[in-house]
Design a protein around this ligand. Structure first.
Ligand code: MOS
Length: 734
């Protein structure tokens, strides 16, 4: 077999710098922090989806052992409006008697122990006036929002193209609600000191929590400090300031003690949002040889009554493949449900399932290999604007993946690759992920001993930010990785963006890049003022950095260590601030392309039972420059598991009568276990991306995307059954 040669885009797979802290229990997650005099809170949630509270009896709860305080809408503090941060945040809790979804917080109980708080919370009696709830997206009474983000897109003339297309696919694809379920139970420990407030809090964006809490409690921003050095996963769940956070803050103020509020697993289902279900209507027009002439993609997703959400399922159809005529439109519908929220690859995950299923259907319709049809319709340039991509290795992902997988061994005939009583199917899907980057800042400091530390308010949600930023800074400062200490997850540090949208590495990395450049400049300037320095009169452009030393390019002997420059000038440290703002596509004349990928899956379907087993997965991704091969691989592996979950297991079931989430535990909400996950081959291709100075595209989310359609497409190859709804269940396959 000839091996495809890859350019060097992979950074060293060094172990996590925070690994030892985590495995020895020294990493303090918000849950782990205990403060002297701390009290514990438990929440009470509504048991109807719509209506009003008419009476609450808290007498028994107040008399219960250890109880310090019971707060309901009748005695809650009046809080200020929650500002939008990129997107809406829930308005402060307990401000009125209205019930908008089942599971809404209606009281918080504070006691000396968690057990006492939880026991007392169960003693509160509530009477409601029930209103009819709207729980079905097709309910005509439900409020519909067209073009919610002003991003509906169209070019060419889709109607005419579809009418004239010799071949057409017209199908509906649906995905179920999923819940993020990070392992670490979200916790807020609120502690007041006079008019200043400290929060140890599980989230993905400390500065956002700081901003929202400050606004609600009428505090200046710097009176609120949010600490999130570690968080037990997020998957998008930590991207808003959820209502339990102000509840903990309010409770701490009421009892005059620090208060810890740790959500339970069922509360995580209603309190942190979930991935919306989606309906995708897709119409593809094509020539007889499989070339796309039209894509029409419309989606409908759900919203809570008083929230918003960015979930543009149809947008994948505007950048994945070349088509002269495209329409992409999204709609949302408001229901009496808990908040819908970002969950790993919001919009893309669902939209990609629909598009990549439809492309597969088209391949069968025109008699083309499902791999070939994707290569045939590869978008050489941005199909919307005609501009070049900042990078796009989708073709390469497909080619390399096919080779690693052994796609050429596929017998195209349905049901032809039998192995005993199992029907074997090969499925493929392409992935084109959105691009996202937000402003970010960082500070880099070199100490007197020549070591460095980097500070930013952002948090590492377990993806490896501590490690890859230490690697990046070490490379830029000419230090070893273990000479760079990372300090993250504190809102008082330089303002940082969200660990979300797969955009943190580009945003923070570009800020670290900027700070390191400025810091080296400062060292060069300092050396320049020292007539005895070997670097006197050497211009910045001619200076290189390695092994803790600055030296003249091409003449390593002519240089000076960072430590020595500081010593000569009597400095204990030297620092520089760095900022990054996303480049402008117009100025660069290119379209920033998010990560690209290809999934190849072998499924085995039990002929008698309809049981689907995923036997092999090859996942090839273009993330631009990869800062750490090992962590990137882990990230893709985790995403792949999430993709298998979305395809075959995950389904947040809402009872259509009560609005209650019926499976809000890890016993009832199915996720893949080890035995469900096969051998996964992970590979990276591509080249450094041209859009930011460090050449990265985020890979936090792409691993999940495309797994579900590849599995569904494999099931079709195995059985001839086209399944257009997720999760795929045995009864549908039978
Ligand atoms: Mo991701 S859903 O932006 O954490």
């Amino acid at each position: 077999m000839t091996t495809i040669q890859q350019p060097r885009i992979l950074g060293a797979g060094v172990d996590r710098v925070d690994g030892p802290l985590k495995v020895t229990g020294q990493a303090r997650y918000p849950n782990d922090v205990n403060l002297p005099g701390m009290a514990y809170a438990a929440v009470v949630r509504s048991t109807i989806p719509s209506g009003r509270i008419t009476r609450m009896d808290t007498t028994a709860a107040e008399k219960s052992p250890g109880v310090l305080e019971v707060i309901t809408h009748e005695n809650a503090d009046h809080l200020g409006e929650a500002p939008a941060t990129f997107i809406k945040n829930p308005q402060p809790p307990l401000q009125d008697d209205a019930i908008r979804f089942y599971g809404q917080y209606i009281a918080v109980v504070v006691a000396d122990t968690q057990q006492n708080a939880t026991a007392a919370a169960g003693l509160i009696e509530v009477e409601y006036e029930r209103h009819e709830a709207i729980l079905d997206p097709h309910d005509p009474r439900a409020e519909r929002i067209k073009d919610p983000w002003g991003e509906d897109t169209a070019w060419g003339d889709v109607r005419t193209a579809l009418n004239r297309a010799p071949v057409m696919i017209d199908q509906t694809y649906t995905t179920s609600e999923n819940t993020n379920n990070p392992l670490g139970l979200f916790t807020t420990l609120a502690s007041w000191d006079g008019d200043t407030l400290t929060l140890h809090d599980s989230n993905q964006w400390p500065n956002m929590i700081q901003q929202v809490v400050a606004a609600m409690f009428g505090l200046p921003r710097d009176a609120v400090r949010v600490l999130t050095p570690f968080v037990g996963g997020g998957f998008g769940a930590g991207l808003r300031c959820w209502s339990h956070i102000p509840l903990a803050v309010m409770a701490a103020r009421h009892v005059g003690r620090p208060v810890k509020l740790e959500l339970t697993r069922p509360e995580m289902f209603t309190g942190l949002g979930h991935r919306t279900s989606s309906i995708n209507w897709i119409r593809l027009g094509a020539t007889r040889d499989g070339r796309l002439t039209a894509i029409e993609h419309e989606s409908l997703t759900t919203l809570p009554l008083d929230g918003d959400e960015y979930e543009p399922c149809s947008s994948v159809s505007t950048w994945s493949y070349a088509s002269p005529n495209v329409t992409a439109r999204d709609q949302q519908v408001r229901l009496n449900i808990p908040w819908t929220n970002f969950m790993r690859a919001p919009g893309d995950a669902q939209g990609n399932f629909a598009l990549e299923s439809a492309i597969d259907e088209l391949a069968w319709e025109v008699g083309l290999d499902p791999l070939e049809i994707r290569l045939l319709n590869y978008a050489e340039v941005d199909p919307k604007t005609g501009r070049p991509w900042s990078s796009n290795a989708l073709r390469r992902c497909l080619e390399v993946g096919a080779q690693r997988f052994g796609w050429s061994n596929r017998n195209p005939e349905i049901g032809s690759m039998r192995d005993g009583h199992e029907l074997v199917g090969y499925g493929v899907a392409g992935v084109s992920f959105f691009w996202y980057q937000q402003p970010c800042s960082a500070k880099v400091i070199v100490r007197g001993d020549g070591s460095a530390y980097v500070r930013s308010a952002v948090t590492d949600i377990g993806t490896g930010t501590y490690t890859i930023m230490a690697q990046l800074a070490a490379g830029l400062l000419g230090l070893e990785v273990d000479q760079v200490e990372m300090q993250l997850g504190d809102s008082s540090m330089p303002v940082g963006t969200a660990a979300g949208g797969s955009g943190l590495t580009a945003a923070l990395g570009s800020a670290v890049h900027d700070a390191c450049g400025r810091l080296i400049q400062k060292f060069v300037d300092l050396a320049g003022t020292d007539p005895f320095s070997p670097l006197a009169n050497v211009p910045f452009e001619d200076v290189a950095v390695s092994e803790g030393r600055l030296f003249r390019k091409g003449d390593p002997t002519r240089g000076e260590s960072l430590a020595r420059i500081l010593a000569v000038h009597g400095l204990t440290e030297l620092s520089a601030d760095g900022n990054s703002t996303p480049n402008s596509p117009d100025q660069l004349g290119m379209t920033p392309a998010g990560a690209r990928g290809a999934r190849f899956v072998e499924v085995r379907v039990d002929e008698d039972l309809g049981r689907v087993r995923v036997a092999r997965i090859v996942t090839v991704n273009d993330g631009g420059r990869i800062l750490n091969e090992k962590l990137a691989r882990s990230q893709i592996l985790g995403g792949t598991v999430g993709g298998v979950g979305m395809a075959l297991f995950e389904d947040t079931v809402t009872d259509k009568d009560t609005g209650r989430i019926a499976n809000a535990t890890f016993g009832d909400y199915l996720i893949p276990v080890n035995a469900d996950i096969p051998d996964v081959h992970v590979e990276f291709v591509g080249e450094p991306d041209a859009f930011n100075p460090i050449g990265v595209k985020g890979i936090g989310e792409i691993g999940l995307v495309g797994v579900a359609p590849a599995i569904a497409n494999g099931i079709f190859h195995a059985t001839g059954k086209r399944i257009r709804s997720l999760p795929i269940t045995m009864d549908e396959v039978m």
